[in-house]
Write a protein that binds this ligand. Structure first.
Ligand code: G6P
Length: 490
């Protein structure tokens, strides 16, 4: 395959916080689950294609007495293609590094969703320590002195430099899955210089959009002494060159266009039947982690407003919202969960009758097949994030619709909106506008749906996840080649 050509036998190591598979101990023994994470959705097929080792935090996995068994496991379970190597964190490490610095600090810092970031020195200490633990794991796993290390996301801003210090010849490709804010916003982080220095240990630093790259380069320009080549998009710092580039992430296109899945017609019928809806009931779908960046409240308000403006849709339109619980020990997430539930109740009290409810909230984990079934059953998919790096739900919905029907309502503040121009693009803060878009979606003629869907499908099929990884690896190979030549000349 293309990826194999680009890798030409190089050793690949992935580092991420979230693991691609959870081995959960249940009453029936060990069950394997796929977590709800855009990062995992995207990177997992890449790892299947190029094998190697994926180092991740053993989060939802088996209890301590089975640690040995799940330290290093071949995955996917049914058809092993690569190794999952787990790093086990203590409660304190997990609290400070993951919940604290990563998810109360960096996450709200980078997503402008008006949730105030929290920075505690004790969290930072754990963040530094855990980055070092993962860097050590990378060095230990590496069989060569020049592996290709794919570092994922805001959990590991310091790791690129830590690895670089020990393996100077490594090719370190870091991908930042979330937005990068402007220098003023980023500047409130008490450890901004350390974070920037850490990231500049990378050979390549990738973001989803040119806008995030620009914000990053401006942030570096503001807070560090570096040499920036704006045209080439490179930053020299401490004698090392980092290429800053945009690589819009994507999904693996379904094999044989979902030939192995129940047909769209079957999904439409069975989902409606299951919920006691007539065959022609209009259905909206939302699929998110229960996270305050996703615009779930604004989405529900838009549905409410639409019913207010178009009372003929009361009893005829329902939004099914799948919301996977996420980071639920944090206060912000608990508050958000409570607000979401209260709003659903209020709207349902206002408009329900008989067994009709305008909003059905399913706040639990759903596996990939069951999510696809809802995508296929829906007339409209609502992605209304207040801010989002890419948002792969938008692309998954498109990939699920080989019938070329269904409308995507998409927030302008997602990376996806820069590519999917045929979606109905909305400002999620503008409830009236979103309400109009949902109405337009459920009343859109078939021909127009097909035209829009067809065009988006050909784009996502073409710019799939292998293309994302391939482009990064190709750029890395070029840089490595250049470095080899330069060393010879010197
Ligand atoms: C976002 C982040 C990922 C993360 C995912 C799920 O997509 O960019 O790094 O894995 O959210 O969040 P969680 O904290 O459950 O891993």
């Amino acid at each position: 395959t293309l990826l194999h050509e680009e890798l030409a036998g190089d050793e690949v190591l992935v580092v991420s916080n979230r693991e691609p598979y959870l081995h959960m101990r249940t009453r029936n023994g060990i069950e394997v689950q796929r977590p709800a994470s855009g990062l995992v959705t995207a990177v997992e097929p890449v790892m299947r294609a190029c094998s190697g080792t994926w180092i991740a935090h053993g989060s939802g996995s088996a209890d301590r007495d089975t640690v040995d068994r799940f330290d290093r496991v071949p995955v996917p379970p049914a058809n092993p293609a690569y190794t999952l190597r787990r790093v086990w964190l203590t409660k304190e490490e997990e609290q400070g590094y993951y919940y604290g610095f990563a998810n109360e600090g960096m996450w709200p810092l980078c997503h402008i969703a008006h949730v105030r970031p929290v920075f505690r020195s004790s969290d930072w200490d754990q963040y530094v320590a855990v980055n070092q633990r993962f860097a050590d794991a990378v060095v230990k796993e590496a069989r060569t002195d020049d592996p290709v290390v794919l570092v994922q996301d805001y959990h590991f801003a310091l790791l690129p430099r830590m690895v670089r210090n020990v393996l100077p010849k490594a090719t370190i490709i870091t991908f930042w899955h979330i937005p990068w804010p402007n220098p003023e916003s980023f500047g409130i982080c008490p450890w901004r210089e350390e974070i920037l220095e850490g990231l500049l240990g990378s050979t390549i630093l990738g973001f989803h959009t040119p806008f995030h790259c620009k914000n990053f380069i401006e942030t570096v320009d503001r807070y560090l002494e570096t040499r920036i080549e704006h045209e080439a998009s490179t930053i020299s710092y401490g004698g090392k060159l980092t290429q800053v580039e945009h690589y819009p992430i994507s999904i693996a296109w379904p094999e044989n266009d979902n030939a192995d899945k129940p047909s769209v017609a079957e999904c439409r019928a069975s989902v409606r039947e299951e919920h006691g809806m007539p065959a022609d009931h209009l259905l909206g779908i939302g699929v998110d982690r229960l996270d305050y960046t996703k615009g779930i409240i604004e989405r529900f308000q838009a549905v409410e407003r639409m019913l207010e403006l178009h009372p003929n849709l009361i009893g005829r339109f329902t939004l099914i919202q799948i919301a996977a619980p996420s980071r639920s020990s944090l206060d912000e997430y608990q508050n958000f969960d409570a607000r979401v539930r209260m709003l659903v109740q209020r709207i349902n009290n206002r408009y329900s009758s008989g067994n009709y409810q305008p909003i059905i909230l399913k706040a639990e984990h759903h596996d990939a097949d069951s999510v696809i079934r809802y995508y296929r059953a829906a007339d409209v998919c609502l992605v209304t994030s207040l801010h989002d790096g890419m948002n792969l739900v938008a692309k998954e919905f498109i990939a699920a619709r080989e019938d070329e029907r269904g409308v995507l309502v998409l927030s302008q503040f997602t990376g996806a909106a820069r590519e999917l121009h045929e979606a109905l693009i909305v400002n999620p803060y503008h409830i009236e506008q979103s309400a109009d878009a949902v109405y337009r979606a459920v009343t859109m003629p078939d021909v127009e749906q097909r035209e829009r869907m067809r065009s988006m499908r050909s784009l996502v099929k073409d710019f799939n996840i292998y293309r994302w990884a391939g482009r990064m690896l190709l750029d890395a190979a070029r840089l490595r080649q250049r470095e080899r030549i330069m060393t010879k000349i010197r």
